[in-house]
Design a protein around this ligand. Structure first.
Ligand SMILES: C[S@@+](CC[C@H](N)C(=O)[O-])C[C@H]1O[C@@H](n2cnc3c(N)ncnc32)[C@H](O)[C@@H]1O
Length: 216
């Protein structure tokens, strides 16, 4: 459990325990993506992955990434999801008719290299410790060739965004794990009070030296 930092106003006195927080949040959560990020994601999938990609979405929430993928005309036959909150699993099934696995992304129940891409969309920014993020990324890269991460870019985001948001040195982690950044695209966070102050980033990484899986 961590305490909110100074500068967070009312939230400074709040504590954050991920499982507890997301259990509570799952009651009222409304999914939302930035248009920029949807576009980044789709372009990355179309550029780097095979036509019927095997995708794993970890922390799938209400299945928005599945929907975005489907709407873009990408075959979702091999699209798998998991989330560590039971209520999100139920709500996702109600919303999109597909039931994610009930699982914590820390240790995934899937075979090595069973996906072309793992997706972590607004999930790692909610992990408190950087070592845990590193272990998370390592586990995602065990099961997939590529990893897409949508997260906060700038230092200090935690002070302004919420008690549940944390900044991490992703590029340092990639370096330590021997991953190469295939693409890194920024996205603006328009919902912030300080418009333009905070930017998000979308990373596509893969194991160093691995080949592009696109059939084009
Ligand atoms: C901000 S929501 C994002 C949902 C979805 N990825 C999207 O883009 O709409 C964060 C989601 O990550 C899930 N989550 C957080 N930590 C997780 C973990 N360790 N394992 C699996 N899911 C996790 C939460 O339950 C929640 O559904």
């Amino acid at each position: 459990m961590v305490q909110g930092p100074p500068g967070l106003g009312d939230q400074a006195s709040m504590s954050y325990t991920p499982l507890e927080y997301w259990t509570r949040k799952s009651e009222t959560y409304r999914a939302g993506h930035l248009k920029d990020e949807d576009a980044n994601f789709i372009e990355m999938v179309k550029t780097h992955l095979p036509e019927s990609p095997r995708i794993l979405d970890v922390g799938s929430g209400l299945g928005l990434t599945y929907e975005v993928t489907k709407e873009a005309g990408i075959d979702v036959t091999n699209f798998k999801m998991c989330d560590f909150i039971k209520h999100f699993i139920d709500r996702c099934e109600e919303a999109i008719g597909v039931r994610p696995d009930y699982w914590d992304g820390k240790t995934l129940p899937y075979e090595d290299d069973s996906f072309d891409m793992a997706v972590s969309w607004s999930v790692m920014l909610h992990i408190v410790e950087e070592e845990e993020v590193e272990a998370f990324i390592k586990e995602h890269m065990r099961v997939a060739q590529y990893l897409f991460i949508a997260t906060w870019k700038e230092e200090g985001a935690r002070q302004h965004v919420g008690v549940h948001c944390f900044q991490h040195d992703y590029e340092g982690i990639f370096e330590r794990l021997g991953l190469e950044v295939v693409e890194a695209r920024p996205a603006n966070w328009r919902g912030s009070k300080e418009k333009g102050r905070f930017r998000r980033i979308n990373y596509l990484v893969r194991k160093k030296g691995s080949e592009d899986t696109s059939e084009e």
